[in-house]
Design a protein around this ligand. Structure first.
Ligand SMILES: Cc1ncc(COP(=O)(O)O)c(C=O)c1O
Length: 381
């Protein structure tokens, strides 16, 4: 089955009793049993499994080409579940530019866990390999990164992790499986903030893991069941509905993202534009190799003045774009990473990686591109 068919039919069946084409919202915590320990059907209790969540999880596995999908109450709950595979003494190598909440989870929540985190430039493959030792258990990469649109070469990193028998996880939130399939490129686990493009309508907080190996998927399901960060039936329904139009939406996000990036590149008040589709983007070659069919809808830029005040004024003036956290919905959003999504990263660390105070991140939606560009024009003016 090809991708555009999979988003609609992958892992899906009509409902057995009524023939409902969309899986109903099985808004129930528990399922009747005929005798103790003998449920009527295959379900017992919704923390373990629920038919609506199962339909979503099967769709997730299908579109990411994995053996098992798991749906969580948020992207961070998914990442937290994955981290439960590791114990004191283990080491994790992560990319040095990550979503602020992921960085906070690694550096604050797991601070006293005894797990050691290294944050490195994943494009310096020699430097990264030097850190590997017998305690290294996981490599964690976000590509493209939030908000600086850095890329990591998934296939090259996978060659190294395979050689050393280390798990390799990729946060595929920005690219989506429409553009990039980490498991096909050699990764073991894909993570999503399904709040973003998978859900696609800014109406749900959700997360996902898709695992290539069935046994590892089952182990993670046990951890999810035992800790309980599962996605509810209604939210599962919403993400599943979102996935059915993922291919259509992402195409338009890519078209609009490219037009917005081109407009910003030529604007006299704009300094740097971070968009992997631009030929002068430092990781354009990696993008061409592993993001197939487009470069996404996320565009980040800075001001020639370098002034925080200019970024703030711009964000107060946008009208079609909404000033808000999050991304990946049909509507365009604008965000100030240093004051909003990435405020949990200490200031010196933010400066070191390039999240300056004049940096603005745009999630370019699927509206008419002319209206978006007019809006940017007036806000920049
Ligand atoms: C790239 C990326 N990964 C993970 C997350 C965390 O996901 P959630 O907000 O659904 O917990 C986010 C949220 O913005 C994100 O942008």
């Amino acid at each position: 089955m090809k991708f555009n068919t999979k988003v609609i039919h992958g892992g899906q069946h009509h409902e057995k009793v009524t023939g409902a084409v969309m899986p109903p919202v099985f808004q129930t915590s528990t399922f009747a049993q005929v005798s103790p320990g003998q449920p009527i059907g295959e379900y017992e209790y919704s923390r373990a499994a629920n038919p609506t969540r199962q339909a979503l999880e099967d769709a997730l596995a299908s579109i990411e080409n994995g053996a098992r999908g798991l749906a969580f109450s948020s992207g961070l709950a998914a990442t937290d579940c994955l981290l439960r595979l590791f114990k004191a003494g283990d080491e994790i190598i992560a990319m040095d530019d990550l979503y602020g909440g992921t960085y906070r989870l690694f550096t604050r929540l797991y601070k006293d866990s005894g797990i050691k985190f290294h944050f490195v430039d994943m494009n310096d493959l020699d430097g990264f390999q030097k850190l590997i030792n017998e305690n290294t258990k996981l490599v964690w990469v976000e590509t493209p990164t939030n908000p600086l649109m850095k890329l990591a070469d998934i296939a090259e990193i996978a060659k190294i992790t395979k050689k050393h028998n280390i798990l390799f996880a990729v946060d595929n939130t920005f690219a989506t499986p429409y553009l990039q399939k980490p498991l096909d490129l050699g990764a073991d686990i894909v993570m999503h903030s399904a709040t973003k493009y998978l859900g696609g309508h800014s109406d749900v907080i959700a997360g996902a893991l898709v695992i290539k190996d069935k046994a590892l998927g089952d182990e993670l399901h046990f951890k999810q069941f035992a800790t309980g960060g599962t996605l509810g039936p209604m939210d599962s329904f919403l993400v599943l509905r979102g996935i059915k139009t993922l291919h259509l939406r992402v195409q338009r996000h890519c078209e609009n993202g490219a037009k917005v990036a081109e407009f910003l590149k030529n604007h006299p008040k704009v300094d740097k534009v971070y968009y992997p589709g631009l030929e002068n983007h430092p990781f354009h070659d990696i993008a061409k190799k592993q993001m197939l069919g487009g470069f996404g809808g996320m565009v980040t830029f800075t001001f020639k003045s370098g002034a925080k005040a200019d970024a703030i004024k711009f964000l107060e003036k946008v009208q079609v774009f909404t000033l808000a956290e999050s991304l990946g919905g049909v509507e365009s959003l604008a965000n100030h990473p240093a004051l909003m999504t990435h405020a949990s990263i200490p200031e010196d660390k933010r400066k070191e990686i390039g999240i300056t105070d004049d940096l603005v991140r745009l999630s370019v939606g699927v509206e008419d591109a002319d209206d978006l560009i007019e809006d940017l024009k007036q806000a920049l003016a």
